[in-house]
Design a protein around this ligand. Structure first.
Ligand SMILES: Cc1cc2nc3c(=O)[nH]c(=O)nc-3n(C[C@H](O)[C@H](O)[C@H](O)COP(=O)(O)OP(=O)(O)OC[C@H]3O[C@@H](n4cnc5c(N)ncnc54)[C@H](O)[C@@H]3O)c2cc1C
Length: 714
């Protein structure tokens, strides 16, 4: 611990110890004060400034050290200095003392609390950030909450000292006046408990809820302002209109129909959106074919001398389309119509907060009024404005599925999940792939060892992985397409036949009316924690809202958006992002839930790491997939899981056990105590929990147990 902290602790300890050792508390009793009142008042009359200063300092010391006695001091202040000067002195002294206690708590404890309970403190900090002053004001007004506790707890939050000071002073003022006034009548007071009558406490409580009521009124006024100038229909034709029939839109419409609301779902292109048509489904189908080829190439490892694959790339791509067609009925018009959703094929445009214009694919235009709207318009591939890119032509995750001839040399721009999945897939299908990433490693959001394992595998499979390479320009020279990338201050020339741009996806923000309504949107449509846009009856979910871009998070958000849209103001739920898992389907597969080391360090959250190498797992060895690891971050000294990264075969499936554990607060001890089938890859989870247990075995106790057994052996 740093010496300044130690010195402060010693000082505080000495002050508090002296208070109790010399029984100073007896001077802060009502009886003692009454017995000395005449003498004190005489001194004050003779030396008014000195008396006020002494009183002020004692008051600050008592409240600053969180010692009992502030109430008697306040009454005494009223008796000795009168209502006006008593109030002035006490108001400043109590606020100064409270701020001192607040600062001491912040200086001594906040780092420690941050380390131990950083994750939880973040939620409280967010609340304080949101409600800050209001919240403290409420606490200050209601004398039910001990002030010294408030001072110490607030020191642990992120509230600014200035805010704490002035809100405390304002919040405590009324209470101070009441007590000082009581002090002026001290002779009549027999006990401390008699000062506050139930009626007075009730009025304080009413005052306490005033800020909350004020907040509700402010919200109401804000709402009125947003809707000003728009005419609300008296009746609505729909409860909900959902714009976009991708992962988010389908779930929102499904929920609405399930709770018997009248819902219209508008989709301008293909139901199922990105995931079904150009995203998860086709990519996973193509990955499967590529994986088969990779296994065949590895046949020697499995004792098979030769396994020859003859295939036509076009057939593989046709299979991808067949898979889409097979999954399609899950997201079809027929299915959703059967569920009670009014599905419209057309383009939706919001023309007022309660009205949507739909231009059907057959050209007819229809306007529908609705109580609420869910925007689920998705995202599209981002194409960076690199000079020459339009001239050379490029593929994206939207268009790559139309390829029927395998490019001989392919450049994949981007080292994120989509770029990496497609890099490995096209390389396995036989293209000569160069992956270009400007960051120092691919899969940059994961811990470096994940990137290392995947990069090693890519390189072993013949992919050229170029990191720290910034794509600068595309040129055509002598009929050959070339990417010029900058690496370490010099130009690197990469000739290619096709380039796939996979450098991220941007939300669709134009063309459906949010600009006209003035709904704020930066990279995504801005929403609050209830997924409401600036118009409380218009919600957004999925890729268009962010911050995640996964099918499962789109569905997760859609649930909140739909339920809130249909039941607000009766009930609203805050979208819960506490346990979000994901996987990148490269080989070795990489999956994560919760924190990894990078994030834990960034957020200064204390953690312990437990690793289990999957190369040691029986089933992985038998399967010829003995590689990868399970890496668990836990709270130091505890089995509570902060996050898990798994790299290896079926990592995306294996992680489910930890997702469940984190979601329901199950620790590693319980995972260890659960039977896992032998021999499965899932046993890796149990062994990882075992590794944690071993590292936390009670060594001293085991020494005694060893002695016990030795004694039993005689
Ligand atoms: C190659 C690739 C692989 C992926 N792999 C995975 C994966 O393995 N796992 C995973 O979880 N996620 C994956 N994703 C991400 C996933 O596909 C998206 O996160 C998900 O589809 C987002 O769903 P959404 O409903 O928000 O948007 P979308 O699915 O994009 O749906 C939006 C829909 O809105 C429609 N629309 C837009 N404007 C209008 C309008 N004005 N009127 C009517 N309709 C409109 C669009 O036509 C579109 O159909 C992948 C994405 C890609 C590109």
């Amino acid at each position: 611990m740093n010496p300044r902290r130690l010195a402060l602790i010693a000082l505080l300890f000495a002050a508090v110890a002296a208070y109790y050792a010399f029984d100073l508390g007896r001077y802060l009793s009502l009886d003692f004060f009454k017995s000395q009142q005449a003498a004190i008042e005489t001194w004050r009359a003779a030396q008014p400034a000195k008396a006020a200063l002494a009183y002020f300092l004692i008051y600050v010391a008592i409240t600053g050290l969180s010692l009992p006695g502030a109430l008697v001091m306040t009454l005494a202040g009223g008796a000795v200095f009168g209502l006006l000067w008593g109030t002035v002195l006490i108001s400043f002294a109590s606020t100064a003392g409270a701020t001192l206690a607040f600062l001491v708590s912040r200086f001594l404890l906040r780092d420690w609390v941050q380390l131990r309970f950083g994750e939880r403190l973040r939620a409280i900090d967010a609340g304080v950030e949101r409600e800050g002053g209001f919240y403290l004001f409420t606490l200050r007004l209601v004398p039910v909450f001990p002030f010294f506790v408030i001072n110490l707890l607030m020191g642990l939050t992120a509230i600014r000292t200035r805010t704490f000071y002035w809100v405390s002073q304002a919040g405590m003022l009324l209470g101070t006046i009441v007590y000082v006034n009581a002090g002026t009548q001290l002779a009549k007071i027999e006990s401390l408990s008699g000062i506050l009558s139930p009626a007075l406490v009730a009025s304080f409580a009413l005052l306490g809820v005033f800020p909350l009521v004020a907040k509700k009124i402010t919200e109401h006024l804000r709402k009125k302002k947003v809707y000003a100038g728009w005419k609300k229909p008296r009746r609505f034709e729909r409860n909900l209109i959902v714009i976009g029939g991708g992962s988010a839109g389908l779930v929102a419409a499904y929920i609405a129909a399930a709770v018997k609301a009248k819902v219209t779902l508008v989709e301008k292109h293909k139901l199922g959106g990105d995931c079904l048509n150009t995203g998860c489904v086709p990519s996973k189908a193509l990955i499967r074919s590529a994986k088969l080829l990779s296994h065949m190439r590895r046949s020697g490892e499995f004792g098979i001398r030769e396994a020859k694959a003859e295939f036509d790339f076009a057939d593989v791509m046709e299979r991808v389309q067949r898979v889409i067609r097979t999954v399609e009925p899950h997201d079809s018009i027929e299915r959703y119509t059967g569920l009670g959703v009014d599905v419209v094929e057309g383009t939706a445009k919001i023309i007022s907060p309660w009205e949507v214009e739909i231009t059907r694919n057959d050209g007819t235009v229809q306007r529908l009024t609705t109580r609420s709207i869910v925007i689920a318009a998705g995202a599209r591939p981002f194409v960076p404005p690199i000079p020459g890119i339009e001239e050379v032509g490029y593929l994206t995750s939207d268009s790559v599925w139309e390829l029927r001839r395998l490019p001989r040399r392919m450049v994949v721009l981007g080292g994120g999940p989509i770029g990496s999945e497609l890099t490995q897939t096209f390389a396995r299908l036989g293209a000569q792939v160069t992956q270009v990433e400007m960051a120092p490693r691919i899969l940059i959001r994961e811990d470096p060892e994940v990137s290392d394992l995947v990069t090693q595998r890519f390189r072993a499979e013949g992919v050229e992985v170029l990191v720290n390479h910034r794509a600068k320009q595309f040129v055509v020279e002598g009929g050959e397409r070339i990417l010029i990338a900058e690496y370490d201050g010099r130009d690197v020339r990469i000739p290619f036949d096709a380039v796939l741009v996979a450098v991220g996806r941007v939300a669709n923000l134009k063309g459906y009316g949010i600009e006209q309504l003035g709904i704020p949107a930066g990279r995504t449509v801005e929403t609050n924690e209830f997924l409401q846009t600036s118009f409380p009856n218009i919600y957004a979910a999925g890729d268009v809202a962010g911050p995640y871009q996964f099918t499962h998070t789109a569905g997760h958000q859609a649930w909140y958006a739909a339920v809130n849209a249909l039941f607000d103001p009766l009930k609203k739920f805050r979208a819960d992002y506490s346990v979000i898992p994901w996987a990148t389907f490269v080989e070795p597969e990489a999956a994560r839930v919760g924190l990894n080391e990078i994030e834990a360090k960034e957020r200064a959250i204390a953690y312990e790491v437990t690793r289990y190498g999957i190369d040691d797992l029986d089933r992985a060895i038998a399967d010829g997939e003995a590689h990868g690891f399970v890496k668990i971050l836990t709270v130091p000294g505890k089995d509570r899981i902060l996050g898990v990264t798994i790299v290896g075969e079926h990592a995306g499936d294996l992680i489910a056990e930890y997702v469940l554990a984190m979601r329901h607060g199950i620790g590693l001890n319980k995972i260890l105590g659960t039977i896992h089938i032998y021999p499965t890859l899932a046993e890796a989870n149990k062994y990882a929990a075992g590794a944690w247990k071993k590292a936390h075995a009670p060594q001293k106790l085991l020494e005694w147990v060893a002695r016990f057994h030795s004694w039993r052996r005689g």
